[in-house]
Design a binder for this molecule. Structure first.
Ligand SMILES: CCCCCCCCCCCCCCCC(=O)SCCNC(=O)CCNC(=O)[C@H](O)C(C)(C)COP(=O)(O)OP(=O)(O)OC[C@H]1O[C@@H](n2cnc3c(N)ncnc32)[C@H](O)[C@@H]1OP(=O)(O)O
Ligand SMILES: Nc1ncnc2c1ncn2[C@@H]1O[C@H](COP(=O)(O)OP(=O)(O)OP(=O)(O)O)[C@@H](O)[C@H]1O
Ligand SMILES: O=C(O)CCC(=O)C(=O)O
Ligand SMILES: [Fe+2]
Ligand SMILES: [Mg+2]
Length: 338
């Protein structure tokens, strides 16, 4: 994207956020030197001005589309998320709205209420214990660098990647999360993803294609994998197989923040343990809903609406946008548009 246009759009958004616009860049010589404070960076388009990120971290996110913050979430909090996840799997608590997903390779087994049957839970916004993740001040402090001060939690997930049974169904194909969101602008959306244990290539770490957040939203569809593909795990069909991959090896509590256009996936879990991570997508409440009719997002919109209609029993009068309106929750500032 053209820098001037992006700069102009950011100015409009900042104005809309009720903040002073970023100063126009005029290199003013002060005692013969340009003052670093007045030299506000017009080159930044994926991060906002505040004092949380170092210049180096900011440049890294701008360039790569992700940023890992080590040791951000405490062991105590992670233990609480794990315990609540197990209670949900054992059906001791049933938070309204929760979506429990099994790995496609295990769907023909008799269901036992146990964390060994569940590959992912989604939409935990009504579970006060898990939703604590989306309210953690240490997470929101970083989220605000991307969304600004009015923050909505759009979607929470706890991923329990099962041991692969040999069909490679535990993989998550390369995708861009924006495919699932009828919400723009994309630069005001960010995902926080926290490792709940040591995660590396053996148990299926996140794999990212650095810099791909600078591209556009690509068409997504089910990959043609012989062993089966999980429901709604759409992938990008024409990603560049030679694009450099970065495998994110993370320790318990480490958190990666990434842009919704960043192409990422996760590999097979070759261990016998269930690899756990907790995540939430956040967006500025200044964002807007878009109509995805006639775009590449139509396919996922149809699937999500079908599932929501089945789950909530409304037939025929829900659209993609509605499924997001009632699932998202304000976590900071004011609810404005979305
Ligand atoms: C309002 C809610 C909207 C939620 C909207 C999510 C949008 C999220 C946006 C997030 C943004 C970030 C990016 C996230 C990337 C993702 O994670 S995308 C979402 C991931 N997937 C899901 O959310 C699906 C969750 N739901 C499920 O897994 C449900 O169990 C299913 C697949 C709908 C089936 O439910 P069910 O009917 O209760 O299950 P069951 O009777 O056991 O099986 C029925 C049939 O489904 C098959 N099946 C069961 N599980 C699976 C499976 N995992 N895969 C494939 N087939 C399956 C069975 O084999 C069976 O097939 P047949 O024998 O009839 O041929
Ligand atoms: N044909 C494909 N289409 C889309 N995504 C793919 C394809 N093959 C692999 N991937 C994805 O590529 C990412 C990285 O795979 P890579 O092989 O580098 O990781 P890995 O950890 O070694 O995983 P694996 O053991 O499954 O090979 C994963 O997200 C995986 O799901
Ligand atoms: O494997 C994971 O933990 C991440 C999966 C992912 O990218 C997603 O659910 O959108
Ligand atoms: Fe994702
Ligand atoms: Mg591999």
């Amino acid at each position: 994207m053209n820098l001037t246009r992006a700069g102009a759009r950011l100015q409009v958004l900042l104005g809309h956020l009720g903040r002073p616009s970023a100063p126009t860049i005029v290199a003013q010589p002060v005692s013969g030197l340009a003052s670093p404070a007045s030299f506000q960076p017009e080159q930044f388009q994926y991060t906002l001005d505040n004092n949380v990120l170092t210049l180096e971290q900011r440049k890294f996110y701008e360039e790569n589309g992700f940023l890992v913050i080590k040791n951000l979430v405490s062991d105590d909090d992670i233990q609480r998320f794990r315990a609540e996840f197990e209670r949900i799997c054992r059906e001791e608590v049933k938070p309204p709205g929760i979506v429990i997903m099994r790995d496609v390779a295990l769907t023909k087994q008799d269901y036992m209420p146990s964390d060994r049957m569940v590959s992912k839970i989604q939409d935990f916004q009504e579970d006060e214990e898990l939703f604590r993740y989306c309210l953690l001040p240490e997470i929101l402090k970083y989220v605000e660098c991307f969304t600004g001060p009015n923050i909505m939690a759009l979607h929470g997930m706890l991923i329990n990647k099962p041991p692969d049974v040999g069909k490679k169904t535990s993989r998550h194909p390369f995708h861009q999360d924006l495919h699932y969101f009828p919400i723009r602008p994309s630069n005001l959306i960010v995902c926080a993803w926290t490792a709940m244990e040591h995660i590396d290539r053996n148990n299926g770490c996140l794999v990212v294609l650095p810099g791909t957040h600078k591209g556009t939203l690509k068409p997504h569809d089910y990959p043609k994998w012989e062993g089966g593909v999980n429901k709604m795990y759409h992938g990008i069909q024409d990603y560049d197989p030679n694009s450099p991959r970065v495998h994110l090896v993370m320790e318990k509590g480490d958190t990666v923040f990434f842009h919704p256009l960043l192409i990422h996936g996760s590999g097979r879990n070759k261990t016998q343990g269930f690899r756990k991570a907790i995540s939430c997508h956040f967006g500025s409440s200044d964002c807007q809903y878009i109509d995805v009719s006639g775009t590449s997002q139509e396919n996922i919109a149809r699937e999500v609406v079908e599932m929501a209609e089945k789950k909530y029993g409304f037939q025929g009068f829900m659209d993609f946008k509605d499924t997001w309106i009632f699932r998202s929750r304000l976590v900071k500032g004011e609810r404005i548009n979305i």
